[in-house]
Design a protein around this ligand. Sequence first.
Ligand code: FAD
Length: 320
Amino acid sequence: MSKKILAIAEARDGNLRNVSFEVLAAAKRVAGGGEVVAAVLGSDAAKYVEALGQHGAAKVYVVTNSELDTYTTDAYAQALRQVVDAVQPDAIFMPHTAIGKDAAPRLAARLGLGLVSDAINVELDGDAIVFTRPIYAGKAFEKKKMVSGTAFATIRPNNIPAEEAGASAAEQVDFTAEIKDLRTIVKDIVRKTAGGVDLSEAKVVVSGGRGVKSVDGFKPLQELADVLGGAVGASRGACDAEYCDYSLQIGQTGKVVTPDLYIAAGISGAIQHLAGMSSSKVIVAINKDPEAPIFQVADYGIVGDLFEVVPLLTEEFKKV
Ligand code: FAD
């Protein structure tokens, strides 16, 4: 049976995040020829309609309330609830980003739905949607089959490939949500890290651990990341030692990344760190201790001093 799937898109700094297209691809996979409806929030949301249409949305709900220009759980949950009521989808997919992780449980509670969090795959089994998600800090995977009711899932970035952009014939549905009694208003956003490539969506991540030894020790890692068009990440060890900001932390209590290439420099490979990066497609570990556990998950291991190895890699990649 064909299904109607609501794919919630996310924009940041005036651009749609790539995971929005991945969420649309996930929706198309299980729609069974049915309708994929996108929703995008914020006063400039209309400018994203074409791109969402090019990636598979038949209709785009444009929710232009100004209260949605900066994220708050309350405003998003209120607006999205009204969109869901209007669309009446068979399933709702949302990016597993900081916003998705925060808003989805609140929305699920308001809708009285269960939530499959952090899905890395979606497929149809007959008429049921089956989600795959990592458990036990990425050591195992479980499959959840939604046999009845509205399915609701957040989709981990960089796992379900976005489809190539095609022609857009998306219908724009202008939607004004009734947003009231907000308990939180964001007055200002202070960025701790400057621009650059978004860590959660980066195709290449160069991460440093306690072995980096200082704030300055991250500079060679940043240079390598720049040459590769990637982002810098960190272990909690490096964050706790105040070598870098916690916004860079990767792992169980940090960000989860799935880049094409993950370079771990001076990171021992604690299970809590692996939880955030072990699904990376290719893992390169640089560590001076040949017994470091990170080598057990690495595709390529370099035993050596990161302060010698990383600049050499940077020089070589510059030649490519
Ligand atoms: P270390 O374990 O100290 O490793 C440093 C490594 O650098 C060593 O292997 C050493 O051989 C190598 N090294 C030193 N100098 C050099 C050099 N010059 N060149 C090359 N290699 C060198 N950790 C996370 O990362 N993310 C999380 O989300 C996270 N969540 C946690 C949640 C909980 C509840 C708990 C209890 C812990 C969590 N941790 C997390 C912490 C985790 O257990 C480890 O303590 C942490 O990952 C260690 O960081 P590290 O690998 O940088 O440091």
